[in-house]
Write a protein that binds this ligand. Structure first.
Ligand code: AMP
Length: 112
């Protein structure tokens, strides 16, 4: 996807503040953090949302990345939240599947 910002981050065409990477996924800090830890976990393959035929290998890799991130950020024990927005009603702004990983403070009942 030539015009997808997260594809460019995944392929290092645009560099970001990466906190985890393997052959299937990468995780990097959100530009506008809503919590002390606000990391985005994305598959390197372009999917628009969770209902875009995501390969099970990519789901496993994303789950593993969440585990690595919350451990390295020191929030595995204190608590964390994983959120994904799919489509207009959810306010999805970037149309490349991403999981927000939030933590480091008491999270409210809203999105963050
Ligand atoms: P969503 O509304 O779920 O699509 O969220 C998109 C998220 O991507 C927002 O939290 C943005 O702050 C974040 N974001 C957009 N562009 C970048 C970027 N270049 N690097 C890091 N985070 C970004």
């Amino acid at each position: 996807m030539d015009d997808c910002i997260f594809c460019k981050i995944a392929s290092h065409v645009i560099e970001s503040d990466y906190v985890y990477e393997d052959d299937r996924v990468c995780a990097f800090r959100d530009l506008s953090p809503l919590a002390p830890t606000h990391v985005l976990v994305i598959p390197k393959h372009h999917y628009e949302t969770m209902v875009d035929g995501v390969a099970s290998e990519d789901l496993v890799a994303m789950t593993h990345a969440v585990e690595e991130v919350v451990k390295s950020e020191g929030i595995a024990e204190t608590g964390f939240r994983v959120v994904t927005n799919g489509g207009a009603d959810a306010g999805q702004a970037v149309h490349h599947l991403h999981w927000h990983v939030l933590g480091g403070r008491r999270l409210t009942d809203d999105f963050a």
